[in-house]
Design a protein around this ligand. Structure first.
Ligand code: TXA
Ligand code: MG
Length: 344
């Protein structure tokens, strides 16, 4: 199959492909999604096959507006309208209990709940409206690779396996949406996956408690969002997180041990490491927003067999605000390992 890169003018063509059961990747403000008609079980199965993803991991249903959700849900959490009015379209996925049998089991993984999101991306909202159906949209990467933040990343992973990619340029946020569980109207909202909409944002806006799934805090518990239990991205190259104060020691270690090292960091650190290490991927700025936007692109660039790096050292950010989502993704990529002085 030849994978076509669709431009904005070809949205009607892409929408017809989707409506008829084909696969088209779409841009969002977070990462690219792999789109298929959520109402066609056969099409959804193709999504799992193209990604090589375990099929008990439920998918997000992407909609063009809140009205569309009402076709599948009638029992809403009392805070729903307030949350939707403030955060949609945006990087916030909401989990609701659904009307029994209203969505195919391949979408929900057989759960009585489903995840919904209205992405803040003009082209994709037009695609959904034109198709006239909701779209499933897991991140459009091969399972086990970092989520794609550009059409090129999608092409690299899925060319030949999908009908097309709607090109919307690089994504703005770079980490996947916050997943918020609203499925039990008697319980406070609970964050199952951290993203750009933070616990602090939600709690202060709602003026009421917002919980965070226990396993995100203590690693020993089983996560409630099924996708969070999979080892997400396991680079072939070792990845180490480097605390701000540890960069001089990390540099010394690289030199003494003759490590072929790569670095992912903002300009301040990247400049210092430039001539001392084998490869540097510079984040565009020294901010956590720049880190989130470019982390996956940096990992894709440096975890490349041709570079043959032995280790990738990555800048850390404070575990607050957007830093919670950044550190969550980086922890997964590094297997939770930090650089420590005196390492072998
Ligand atoms: O930003 C995003 O959310 C991107 C873009 C493309 O929209 N999509 C994305 O999809 O990250 P995916 O499939 O990679 O992640 C969906 C997450 C998984 O962790 C999954 O387990 C969780 O949402 N999820 C889906 N349905 C659920 C449900 N009914 N209950 C709990 N978690 C659910
Ligand atoms: Mg994913």
């Amino acid at each position: 199959m030849e994978t076509i890169l669709y431009e904005a003018e070809q949205i009607p063509v892409a929408a017809k492909v989707i409506k008829d059961g084909g696969l088209v990747a779409f841009p969002t403000e977070t990462v690219y999604g792999l789109g298929a008609n959520a109402l066609l079980p056969e099409a959804v199965k193709e999504v799992y096959a193209a990604k090589g993803r375990p099929s008990d991991n439920p998918l997000i249903v992407h909609v063009a507006g809140f009205e569309q959700v009402k076709e599948y849900v009638d029992n809403f959490h009392p805070l729903t309208e307030k949350i939707v009015a403030k955060y949609w379209p945006g990087p916030l996925t909401l989990i609701f209990s659904i009307k029994k049998g209203s969505l195919p089991e391949v979408v929900t993984g057989g759960l009585s709940t489903a995840a919904f999101r209205m992405p803040d991306q003009e082209l994709t909202l037009r695609l959904i409206k034109t198709a006239g159906v909701p779209l499933v949209g897991p991140s459009a990467n091969t399972s086990g690779k970092p989520s794609p933040t550009s059409a090129e990343h999608v092409y690299h992973d899925l060319a030949g396996k999908i009908a097309g990619i709607l090109d919307g340029g690089a994504t703005k946020i770079g980490v996947e949406s916050t997943v918020l569980d609203l499925s039990d109207p008697s319980q406070p909202p609970m964050i199952l996956r951290p993203g750009a909409v933070t616990q602090e944002d939600l709690a202060s806006f709602l003026e009421s408690p917002v919980l965070v799934d226990g396993h995100l805090v203590s690693a020993s518990e089983t996560p409630k969002a099924p996708g969070m239990k999979y080892k997400h991205y396991a680079p072939d190259t070792e990845v180490l997180m480097v605390r701000e104060k540890d960069w001089p020691a990390a540099l010394e270690w690289v030199q003494k041990q003759h490590k072929k090292a790569g670095v992912i960091a903002g300009p301040e650190i990247a400049e210092k490491m430039r001539y001392q290490t084998a490869a540097v991927f510079m984040l565009p700025e020294d901010t956590v927003a720049a880190g989130a936007r470019s982390l996956f692109a940096g990992l894709r660039a440096l975890d490349n067999p041709q570079l043959a790096l032995e280790v990738i050292l990555v800048e850390t950010f404070d575990n607050q605000g957007l830093g919670v989502a950044y550190m969550n993704r980086l922890s997964k990529a590094s297997g939770g390992r930090f650089f420590e002085a005196g390492m072998k």
